[in-house]
Design a binder for this molecule. Sequence first.
Ligand code: 5RP
Length: 266
Amino acid sequence: MDWGMENRMAQLIQSDGRCLFLPIDHGYFQGPVHRLEEPRKTLDPLLPYADAIMLTRGILRSSVDPGKAKPVILRVSGGTSVVGRDLANEGIITSVKEAVRLNAAAISLSIFVGSEYEHQSLLNLSQLVDEAQDYGIPVMAVTAVGKELAKRDTRYLALCCRIAAELGACVVKTYHCEGFEEVVRGCPVPVVMAGGPKVDTELGVFEFVYDGIQKGAIGVNLGRNIWQNDYPVAMIKAIRAIIHENASAKEAQELYDSVKSGESRS
Ligand code: 5RP
């Protein structure tokens, strides 16, 4: 691996081999989602606990202080909206040159395997890998399901992750599922877990994060289950403990409860 690529990967994946990525890119197709209406306000208290942040160039420039930022995973696919025809019909919305200008540690795009736009999104990935490779920038592929959340089973996610790795992604972001170890086993590059819509209880989040880490994920790219929680700092600290301190789900819950008692409600 070339020095630049290795250096960027080291910014993302910490010396223990784990990572906590905090995505706030949801507005690129969902608009001002609940508790991300003002990205700077959401991000500022959480930034110290994130290893990297995932966002679009618009929110990076408008809402993140360049002097205080964490490594950036730049979202470069989009061009659709929740009120449009098909979320899978994404193109590349930001060039690799712009990613270099913004000093991104990685770029990220969604692939929509099994959708009408499967071919297009997979070519987006391959072309982006070709270009990003020239500049030593790792690509993180997101196995997206659009509105079809029920698609998130082992067989489907294993298929998506393997395809993403085969096409050159350096990291793959996917969902936790039953039999998650099969997804990780079939994917020769590091896997991080997304959260999806907010889970009913904090313990539910801690349990799936813990389980996924035991089964080989290197960390998370977890958004709504952190910043839509009433106590987001308590939440991110607890998840960080699972990832970087090998805390159990129960220990994470205890940490959440103790931090929460000193944090004012969002
Ligand atoms: C949106 C994304 C998000 O980064 C991803 O879904 C992670 O966020 P959450 O944990 O809220 O699902 O890629 O397409």
